[in-house]
Design a protein around this ligand. Structure first.
Ligand SMILES: NC(=O)c1ccc[n+]([C@@H]2O[C@H](COP(=O)([O-])OP(=O)(O)OC[C@H]3O[C@@H](n4cnc5c(N)ncnc54)[C@H](O)[C@@H]3O)[C@@H](O)[C@H]2O)c1
Length: 269
C-alpha cells in the first residue's frame, strides 16, 4: 500500500509534529520557532534558562500554537539526556530535533585556551552528538523522525579567529552524515544547514565594524549578510515530509560565496 503523497504546501506542514528546538531563545532559534509553530508544530523550546524562552512560548500560544519551555545548560555531561527525557514526558513525542544552540569565542589560534576549546566543543559538538543519541530510541519507537543540525559555512570555508568554532561545525556536518547513515533503517533522516554570516548579535563584532562590513559586502556575491528569516525555508523543508528522500545532506545558505569569483570585479574598465 502506498502512502498518499501530500500535495502543494501541505508537504511542508508540521501539523501533529512535535519539535524539540535547542537555543530557541537566540536570534536564529526564536525566528525558527515562530515559523515552525506557524507550520503547525508543537514546540519544545530550550535555552540556558527557561525565562529566555517563556516570552516566546507565550507569543506562540497567543497565536494559537502549542509550546513547552525547558531550561538546560547543554554543556553539562548529563544535561542532554535529561532534556530529552523532560521534553518527551512533557510533549508525549519528539518527531523533530533541531540542534541550534551554539557558542563562539573569536580568538587567534595562539590565544585559545583549553577552557575556550572545551566550552565551544561542549555546546557545538558534544551536545549535538548526545542530544541526537538521546532522541534515537524515541524516534525509532515512533517509526522515524528528523534531525536538523545548524552547522555553518565555516565547516567548509575558514575565516581567521574561529578555528575551534569552525572545527566543531565541520564535526556537525560530519556527524550529520554518520548519523544519517547509521539510522536510515530506523526511518530517521539527519540533515544540516550551513549558513554564512547571519546578521545577529552573535556576529555583531563582524558586521558592526565599518571595515569588516565593507569587506563582507564585497566578499559576498549577493552583497549583503543573511537575515535569520532566510534560514527558515531550508529548516522547514528538512523537518517536513517535503524532504522525505533526503538524508545526510547539507544545505549551504551563503549568498553565492561558494559559486565562484568574478575576475572582472574591482577593475576600472
Ligand atoms: N549568526 C550566524 O552568523 C550564524 C551562522 C552560521 C551558523 N550559526 C549557528 O546558528 C546557531 C544560532 O546562532 P545565533 O546567531 O542565533 O546565536 P545566539 O547566540 O543568538 O543563539 C544561540 C543560543 O544558544 C544558547 N546557548 C548557548 N550556550 C548554551 C548552553 N550551554 N546550553 C544551552 N543553550 C545554550 C544561547 O543562550 C542562545 O540563546 C548557532 O549554532 C550558531 O553557531 C550562526
Amino acid at each position: 500500500m502506498t502512502t498518499p503523497t501530500p500535495q502543494g504546501t501541505e508537504m511542508f506542514s508540521l501539523a501533529g509534529k512535535t519539535v524539540l528546538l535547542t537555543g530557541a531563545g537566540g536570534a536564529i532559534g526564536s525566528v525558527l520557532a515562530r515559523s515552525l509553530a506557524a507550520c503547525g508544530a508543537t514546540l519544545g523550546l530550550q535555552d540556558l534558562e527557561e525565562p529566555k524562552v517563556s516570552g516566546l512560548a507565550d507569543e506562540i500560544r497567543a497565536a494559537g500554537g502549542r509550546a513547552f519551555t525547558f531550561g538546560a545548560d547543554l554543556s553539562g555531561t548529563d544535561a542532554c539526556a535529561a532534556l530529552v527525557t523532560d521534553a518527551h514526558s512533557a510533549m508525549g513525542a519528539i518527531n523533530v530535533l533541531i540542534n541550534c544552540a551554539g557558542i563562539n569565542r573569536r580568538k587567534a589560534i595562539d590565544d585559545v585556551t583549553p577552557d575556550d576549546f572545551d566550552a565551544i566543543v561542549a555546546v557545538n559538538m558534544r551536545a549535538v552528538y548526545f542530544l541526537s543519541q538521546a532522541v534515537h530510541p524515541i524516534m525509532k519507537a515512533q517509526g522515524g523522525g528528523a534531525i536538523v543540525n545548524i552547522s555553518s559555512l565555516s565547516a567548509r570555508y575558514s575565516f581567521n579567529t574561529i578555528s575551534v568554532y569552525a572545527a566543531t561545525k565541520a564535526a556537525v556536518t560530519s556527524m550529520t552524515r554518520s548519523f544519517a547513515r547509521e539510522w536510515v533503517a530506523d526511518g530517521i533522516r539527519v540533515n544540516c544547514i550551513e549558513p554564512a554570516v547571519v546578521q545577529t548579535e552573535f556576529t555583531a563584532p563582524l558586521w558592526d565594524d565599518p571595515k569588516r562590513s565593507v569587506w563582507f559586502k564585497e566578499f559576498t556575491p549577493m552583497g549583503r549578510l543573511a537575515q535569520p528569516q532566510e534560514l527558515v525555508g531550508a529548516v522547514i523543508y528538512l523537518a517536513s515530509e517535503a524532504s522525505s528522500y533526503v538524508t545526510g545532506q547539507s544545505i549551504t545558505i551563503e549568498g553565492g560565496i561558494l559559486s565562484g569569483a568574478d575576475w572582472d570585479a574591482n577593475q576600472d574598465d
